[in-house]
Design a protein around this ligand. Structure first.
Ligand code: MOS
Length: 694
């Protein structure tokens, strides 16, 4: 018999794929316990103020209404670190769309009608929802998202920039963006004998369990949160969201199970967004093409509830050699919903600006942008001087250029025409850091020769079950179809969320450790296995706490070809091609999905996506998928993702870096650079919609 193929890297099909496409897979809103009631929230319709009165009489008079919760009667919650979860606790309205009441009824229709019948009176105050470069409220935070320092300086940027013979000084803007996963936020909560059980759509139900326990002053063993299948998240399900708290509150208040699905139109205000960024990038270089001065200065917004600063200047600290560098962030609290994580927070907007500026520098220097990037590769991480655990950006750029057919390329813009269309090509680099977090896993061998792995990992559509089975099978030396995987339930051993591109690496490490320990136990065991089998538990707290002496990042290169319609101003992407170096790829099929999914999201960021804050009302104007334009199939051309086999011993036992986010990084710059090449016009404000192009 030929040896079974090594389970790592094999393009195994998603284990739950059939269940998903046949509708058998149950999502959070598809659990309907007997006696289930339905809730519908009431959002504030003022941008800032206080609630002076809530009249619930009309709502309560509707047949089938069970309750209307307001700040006056809702269960009290303990204070948490995340103040966006303190719903219905006081009369303050910090932004439009903040929840001020919740209607609960026998049916969804009645709950909705009751919510509309609630009358809320407000004392309003002036409000400010506009981020501007000169906003007097901008300040430098202590740190930015990810725990990075807000400001880093090396050398003397001002002097080096002033002395540089070739310079670029440009400001790029990215509007607020919304994650908008296909599955809206949904929770079904029930209390039984003092135990709270919730089906919640979450990227990590261990954290939801912990937060609910803290909010309702319960033991962690008194709460169970199940997130068996999740229809996307992209960061907006990375932390518990108001719907899970409201559902649990309503279930406690009414004594009934309660289901709450957020209407798409309410999501923009309550589940986070990518904060807008105003980014000034200055690059100075010698005529030899070496960058001598690099500054990336970011202004962004947060809410008045809590500080979240999009860390857009952080990638500039590791990308290019420059002896003189300044990277800064400033943030202003506005009367707006609280921003949060959206796929590659920091890197996605930051690399749009930096990689656009590098393209502008290539034009100013008369150098090829691929060659210019390779020329400015650092030997060690510029910010810290640490060695890279592995860095294959040059190889990605070269492989991508080869596959894409980058050369020969006439660098001059606006020369290639097909009728009314102008054509161009662009390139940009990608990067994303390696994060790893502690997790616990159990591995069990049954007497019949099968295995079981238990860990509270989450499948947000990535194929987590499948890849964890591959990791386990490799460590066990067993065929992967003998390995059962249990994930998606907070009663399982705790694990970090599916976020920060760290799920597979972090969970996989714990699974590998538990499976390896199980193999040792089995080897040491004499005779047949006991009827209950043999199990082991392992956690990676120690391994993941040890700081790495290495700078660890994935890298990639993105290439785009666009056509620009000179009559309509419409930009269409003809081809996208990415080459990534992200350690060992653990499943080539699901990995490709992650890369091309990220690239597609980057295409949307470049051309169609944007959420405007309306100064007249103080809310996001694009609140549904009819106005917030994510790319549809017809917008997505041939997208190709490739990768290099990267052997990096400084990561985890699988040798993997994360791949969930790097695909979005750099795509928008590659597209925008191609638009310049097509037209000769440098557009620096995303998205590149026809009104800007014409
Ligand atoms: Mo991702 S934005 O880290 O969930």
């Amino acid at each position: 018999m030929p040896p079974a193929p090594h389970p790592l890297s094999a393009p195994l099909l998603r284990r739950e794929g059939r269940e998903k496409v046949t509708g058998a897979a149950r999502y959070a809103a598809e659990h309907t316990p007997p006696g289930c009631a339905y809730a519908w929230p009431v959002p504030a319709i003022v941008a800032r103020g206080r609630i002076t009165a809530v009249d619930t009489a009309d709502a309560l008079a509707l047949p089938g209404v069970l309750a209307v919760l307001t700040h006056e009667n809702a269960p009290r919650l303990a204070a948490l670190e995340d103040p966006t979860l303190a719903v219905l606790q006081n009369d303050r309205v910090p932004h439009r769309g903040w929840y001020v009441a919740l209607a609960v009824a026998d049916s969804l229709e009645t709950a909705r009608a009751a919510a509309e019948a609630v009358r809320v009176a407000y004392d309003t105050a002036g409000y400010d929802v506009r981020l501007t470069a000169g906003h007097p409220g901008l300040y430098t935070p202590e740190e930015v998202n990810g725990g990075y320092p807000a400001v880093r300086e090396r050398g003397d940027f001002d002097a080096a920039f002033a002395a540089a013979p070739v310079t670029v000084d440009a400001t790029y803007t990215v509007p607020p963006l919304h994650n908008h996963p296909m599955e809206p936020h949904a929770s079904t909560a029930r209390w039984y004998d003092g135990h709270l059980t919730v089906h919640d759509t979450s990227q990590g139900s261990t954290r939801v369990r912990d937060d609910l326990a803290a909010l309702f002053t319960l033991g962690k063993d008194e709460v169970t949160v199940v997130s068996e299948h999740v229809g996307g998240g992209f960061g907006c399900k990375g932390t518990p969201r108001p719907q899970v708290v409201l559902a649990a509150m309503a279930a406690r208040f009414t004594g009934r199970p309660v289901k709450l699905v957020l209407p798409r139109r309410q999501m923009a205000a309550v589940v986070g967004h990518r904060a807008p960024t105003l980014q000034r990038v200055r690059l100075g270089a010698g005529t030899d093409g070496l960058i001598t001065a690099l500054a990336h200065e970011v202004a962004t917004h947060t809410s008045t509830i809590t500080e979240f600063t999009e860390q857009a200047a952080v990638p500039a600290r590791i990308m290019y050699r420059s002896p003189h560098s300044r990277t800064t962030h400033r943030v202003v609290p506005l009367d707006i919903p609280t921003p949060s994580w959206m796929r590659a927070p920091g890197e996605a907007p930051g690399m749009y600006a930096l990689e656009s500026a590098v393209d502008e520098l290539a034009v100013a220097l008369g150098r090829d942008p691929v060659e210019l990037r390779i020329r400015n590769e650092p030997e060690t991480e510029p910010d810290s001087g640490r060695s890279f655990s592995s860095r294959h950006l040059t190889a990605c750029l070269q492989a991508g250029a080869e596959r894409f057919g980058w050369l020969p390329r006439d660098p001059r813009p606006a020369l290639r025409r097909e009728g009314d269309l102008l054509l161009g090509t662009g390139v940009a680099a990608s990067t994303y850091p390696v994060y790893l977090a502690p997790a616990t896993a159990e591995a069990h061998a049954a007497a019949d020769g099968s295995y079981r792995i238990r860990i509270n990992a989450t499948d947000i559509g990535t194929g987590a079950r499948t890849v964890l089975a591959q990791v386990a099978a490799a460590a066990l030396g067993a065929p992967e179809d003998r390995v059962r995987i249990e994930i998606g339930d907070s009663d399982l051993p705790p694990a970090v969320l599916a976020g920060g591109s760290m799920g597979t690496g972090s969970w996989g490490w714990a699974v590998h450790k538990a499976a390896t320990a199980l193999v040792a136990r089995l080897r040491a065991h004499q005779g047949p296995l006991p009827a209950q089998g043999i199990g082991t538990t392992a956690d990676t707290g120690q391994e993941t706490a040890a700081p790495s002496p290495y700078s660890r990042h994935a890298f990639g290169a993105q290439f785009a070809e666009v056509q620009v319609d000179t009559v309509t101003g419409e930009v269409r992407v003809r081809r996208l091609l990415g080459v990534f170096a992200a350690g060992r790829i653990l499943n080539s099929r699901t990995a490709r999905s992650q890369f091309i999914g990220g690239m597609t999201m980057g295409l949307g960021m470049a051309l169609t996506e944007g959420s405007g804050l309306d100064p007249a009302f103080g809310d996001f104007t694009e609140c549904d998928l009819a106005s917030y334009h994510v790319p549809a199939s017809a917008d997505v051309p041939a997208v190709e993702a490739h990768w290099l086999d990267e052997d990096d011993p400084h990561l985890n036992p699988m040798g993997s870096k994360g791949i969930g986010e790097i695909g979005i990084v750099g795509t928008a710059a590659a597209v925008a650079n191609a638009v310049w090449h097509a037209t000769g016009v440098r557009l620096r404000d995303l998205p590149l919609t026809p009104d800007k192009v014409l």
